[in-house]
Design a protein around this ligand. Sequence first.
Ligand code: FEO
Ligand code: CA
Ligand code: CA
Length: 656
Amino acid sequence: MYDQQQHQDFHAAIEACDDRILNPQGLPDNPGRRQIIKGGLTLGMLALLAPGLSACQRQANAKTNKLLGFQSVEAQTSHSFDSVIVPPGYRAEAFFSWGDPVLAQAPQWRADASEDWQAQLLQAGDNHDGMHFFPFADEPDNHGLLVINHEYINPTLHPNGPSEYLRDDGSRQRPLQEVLKEQAAHGISIIELRRDADGRWQRVFGDFNRRISSLTPMRISGPLAGDLRLCTASDPTGLEVIGTLNNCAMGITPWGTYLACEENFHNYFVNRNRTDHAQRAEHQRYGIAAGSSSRYYAWESVDPRFDATPIPQQPHQGHVNEPNRFGWVVEIDPFDPHSTPRKLTAMGRLGRECAVCSLSEDGRMAFYSGDDARGEYVWKFVPDGRHDPHNPAASRDLLDSGTLYAARFDANGRGQWLALHHGDGPLIAANGFPDQQAVLLNARGAADLLGATPMDRPEWVAVNPLNRDVYVSLTNNHLRGSEFALDAANPRPNNLHGQILRWSEDGADPTALNFDWELFLLAGDAPGAVDAGGQPVAEELVGTIEGDCFSSPDGLAFDADGRLWIQTDADDEAPHTYNIGCNQLLCADPVSREVKRFLVGPWGAEITGITWSPDYRTLWVNVQHPGISYPASDGQSRPRSTTVMITREDGGVIGT
Ligand code: FEO
Ligand code: CA
Ligand code: CA
């Protein structure tokens, strides 16, 4: 039986890592490419509306609200809850679980997790996270590619959990075969889906199926391609990186590519020279461990690339620059299975949660990102060029040049985008920024100097297709009010439940330098709620949700009708989630602010990764790291991260 305490300890340890951060060329054209028109469908549908509705209009709309046309499901507070529930009239099915075959030659997954790393390279990775459905143009509602991030790995990857022993110097030693399996279980799966004659989605083994992992070669593009600060002993060119790490949320481009984002990459590296670490901003400011071992998996004990301790006698000082090669947006062309993923250095190096596009009618755009750590920033990247929908191939290099901005949220409800331009203001050599490459490499440090607003862990961003308002989840921050000062955008001390903030760019222009912002809601309990002891919950745990309560918003996405879908990642063991229980998917009306609970997942899981078929009649979400036996795609019982497919029994549009 799976050890629930082990599960809690493991995910609590990963969560704790956030605290330490704060101390301190064109690819060839191909037939598939030309079929992806619908991949940018929702972006192409963006339309400018009049500026935001007045409070009176909002109230009037609330009374006639028909946007949320389903019956709420109840919160599930039992630690033995082992299912996925959806509203009456809906069906939820396990669809694609860790270990399922991605490539036709993949061996059958074994319930004892005994397959080796070579098998894992052909199978679904672990911890499904952000994902997107890319339809084929010929049959968009019946045929497409599902692209899924695999963020990190669980102890369940190995038959008896990971093994290690302590060396005499106190460092952790891991077995090579286990490390290789863990590296193979990271990355991205691309699987082809087709609806059969009965209307059921099937996974098929087409030419596009692909596994990208922490072992897959990638190309560095943009201003830091070939830069000395990205050169290592194993790559003196600074042009090629092996693998991607900790791909959390994602984005898509109007030209039909997938953007996998590298979030908590710092946990995979160690710099054992504490003196060097303290002086090396690109290690220190990003939370690279200074000590005997990396935080997560001690890969450095068998793979020297992850030991970022400088070695002065070696070219490029061994692997001291290897952490500089992570923390980027990785662009993947799902329709070209032979393409090399590209790490996009112009977009800056962050603990990158997501990269979400807002596109104007004239082709100008912004890509919004959260940097998910306590006190980190909200970002946008504005490419220099414009997207031409009639010539998408010409857009392929648009993410290699542009301006990176960090957000400042002022108390008067206005906000400003602060440009990270080398030479402007404090971004000069005397402050550690000798050139623009240094600014991009230590974007966090540059934003510190510019006075960006430290936020309560910015996670996903979503853009309302009806008016281009932008929403960000600020998932929680128990150090607000102590280590971080209260402010208007982050107003709650000991913020255990988080909030959702939204803004409107001036003129609904994604490239605007200023915006209006407001808190959309504070998550948490309802007024009058009582805790496990029957006492009223603390004032700081009461939210402003109009409807069903939740904690720790994380995943956000809009459907084409303008419903805001909210996914949660709360610690469902904790006392403050007594009334809220297991993580869930909810749906909000952006105008009335009403919230209804649509789905609850099994105990211990995060609900994440949301995408639809173009007709919005099929919804896929991910159950990540379930802490309890939960039926996976083959009905076997070992807890497995799983993509769940949701449809309506009458075949209707989800949520209506
Ligand atoms: Fe991987 Fe910030 O969630
Ligand atoms: Ca997340
Ligand atoms: Ca989270």
